[in-house]
Design a protein around this ligand. Structure first.
Ligand code: ARG
Length: 586
């Protein structure tokens, strides 16, 4: 149990002892202090209880402290100012906690007591369109969230809700029938680049030519009615896109199960019929709608969510309703997380509202839209290529790796070092890809962020290379001293003794991993983990700059080696939860 959780329990007991059962469950308002002068934590409850208990905060604090038994983990508590209770963790407690982090790969963090079934809906690009930088954030953030929840022991279903249905296929099939019929019958006739180019041309025809438009509509109807030629063509187009998407997922080490929009086709009529049964459905201008609560147009009239168009077709919202129902009933999910750009916020609010009113979202089931902002160019506008096109994800990744390669080559030259080409390639690939991931994850996802290769690849600052380098430093210590860290901590590991202030600061930080992971799982903000790992790297570097390790005498040397080892293990685990690999050398 983390120190904070232990303290919360202890405060609860003290409150009950001092003031009776009425106060059981009162939040002790514990906060980590920023200034080591005040210890590690401060409890602020005495002030907030003054009114209720009709006593002076300082007297309340005194009564609490008298009843508080924290001697196993803290120095004697001190009361400061109007009634703050300051707590300082005992060094012996920190040492024993660190010791408990040594065995195994989980740094002593137990899986959660009651695992949930969680769906993470992320990435979800559209077939026949190129996967662009807009899908990058969803893919990277969704993967990190899934990894954190998996680490906690939840049963996570990673779903790729690809856009594999709809009018785009009618246009595309109609256009290809005219200009390149082979593409609709032969598996390898197209690659995604062509597909995207064809899609753009088809779209132009669709917008200009009435006859083409009509043919496209018929093609969609054919597809919906199961016309075998249209189906076959559709499947081929999906396969081609899928292969290209997979290349990106493989590169970024992303695991996903595809369950696209088309998966729910057969359930759509049922969704509408059930809404009707529940008396939620109303006809408006020929369309079937649910009128939303809390959404009005300019005249103050309620806005409809259309679930079936006047021509009988279903739309994006209908599919999401079907998907949500499937996820709660068939998958048994109790938490459903949608990692989708902030532009779709009202779509999700509306879908969730309708699902709730239809009884498809039980009380204990959580459906959450996890929104994120735009990726901007260095000019502050939506990221575009020089020619003004959307940036393709594969070009962006290639460029990150190329630039990483260049900076490694420069660094090697500056250090007068030579390394084999495979080494340079591997480092460039890890550094390039992890820089892109980390730059995205380290921002609070709700804001827009400016995409800058120079910033993300910098060796200094809150960047992937800075963190990777801290890990490399530990590995370097191991190599230099011929240390087998794993063997050192096997069985009954030697004692850790904390003396220097830098050791204490590092130790306390190391012990915070558990809590950070909990926070990320709750708030779904991976930037909290990034910040933690950045500070860990800083604290490790300060420790390493101040305290000699290999040169220290025993038993200090071994104790410090174990601190190095724990720092590296924490970095490796934390980065792996962000989908980032470490390197032993770079
Ligand atoms: N395909 C959609 C897009 O590119 C994202 C789908 C998100 N997931 C969902 N269940 N609606 O905008």
């Amino acid at each position: 149990m983390s120190a904070i959780a232990l303290l919360v329990e202890k405060f609860d007991r003290a409150l009950v002892a001092a003031f009776g059962d009425d106060l059981a469950g009162t939040d002790p308002l514990l906060a980590a202090t920023n200034n080591p002068k005040f210890g590690d934590y401060q409890a602020n409850l005495a002030m907030s209880l003054a009114k209720r208990l009709k006593q002076k905060p300082r007297d309340i604090a005194t009564a609490i402290v008298e009843a508080l038994d924290v001697s196993d983990i803290c120095e004697p508590p001190e009361i400061a100012g109007p009634g703050f209770i300051n707590l300082r963790l005992k060094t012996s407690y920190l040492e024993s906690q660190l010791q408990a982090m040594l065995p195994g790969d989980r740094l002593g963090i137990a899986p959660v007591a009651s695992p949930q079934k969680v769906v993470v809906d992320f990435s979800s690009p559209n077939i026949a369109k190129e996967m662009h930088v807009g899908h990058l954030r969803s893919t990277i953030i969704g993967d990190a969230i899934a990894r954190v929840l998996e680490f906690q022991g939840h049963d996570v279903l990673r779903l790729n809700h690809v856009g594999d249905w709809g009018t785009q296929f009618g246009m595309l099939i109609t256009y290809l029938r005219e200009v390149y019929p082979d593409a609709l019958t032969q598996a390898d006739a197209l690659d995604i680049g062509d597909l995207v180019a064809f899609y753009k041309k088809a779209k132009i025809r669709f917008d200009e030519d009435e006859q083409f438009k009509e043919k496209s509509r018929q093609a969609v109807v054919g597809l919906q009615n199961g016309d075998s030629e249209a189906r076959k063509a559709w499947k081929l187009l999906c396969d081609q896109s899928r292969r290209e998407f997979q290349k990106i997922y493989d590169r970024l080490d992303i695991k996903l199960s595809e369950r696209g929009e088309s998966f729910y086709n057969d359930a759509l009529a049922g969704v509408v019929a059930d809404l009707d049964e529940l008396s939620l459905l109303q006809e408006d201008d020929g369309a079937q709608c649910v009128f939303l609560e809390g959404y009005t147009n300019k005249e103050g009239k309620p806005l409809p969510l259309i679930v079936q168009k006047s021509n009988g077709g279903y739309n994006y919202a209908t599919t999401d309703l079907a998907a949500l129902r499937y996820r709660t009933t068939q998958d048994g999910a109790s938490r459903i997380i949608y990692v989708v750009d902030v532009g779709q916020s009202s779509h999700f609010e509306q879908v969730f509202q309708v699902a709730q009113r239809a009884g498809w979202l039980a009380e204990d089931t959580e459906a959450l839209h996890v929104p994120f902002g735009l990726v901007q160019g260095e000019d502050g506008k939506k990221l575009k290529t020089r020619a003004g096109d959307t940036v393709r994800l594969r070009d962006l990744l290639d460029e990150a790796v190329d630039r990483a390669q260049q900076s490694i080559t420069d660094r090697l030259a500056a250090e007068d070092r030579t390394e084999p080409a495979e080494f340079v390639d591997r480092v460039a690939s890890v550094v390039g890809l992890s820089s892109v991931k980390y730059a995205d994850l380290s921002q609070n996802r709700t804001s827009n962020y400016i995409f800058s290769y120079d910033k993300m690849l910098a060796m200094q600052g809150n960047t992937a290379p800075y963190l990777l380098y801290a890990y490399v430093r530990v590995a370097g210590i191991g190599r230099k001293g011929g240390i087998d860290f794993a063997a050192l901590s096997e069985g009954t590991p030697p004692a850790i003794a904390l003396e220097d202030a830098a050791e204490l600061a590092l130790a306390k930080h190391l012990l915070g991993l558990d809590e950070v992971i909990d926070t990320v799982a709750r708030e779904l903000l991976p930037n909290r983990l990034c910040q933690y790992l950045f500070e860990l790297s800083q604290k490790f570097n300060q420790f390493y700059d101040r305290c000699s390790v290999l040169q220290a005498g025993e038993p200090q040397r071994t104790s410090r080696l174990l601190l190095c080892y724990l720092s590296a293990k924490t970095l490796r685990l934390g980065l792996s939860l962000l989908g980032i690999e470490v390197l032993d050398r770079m």
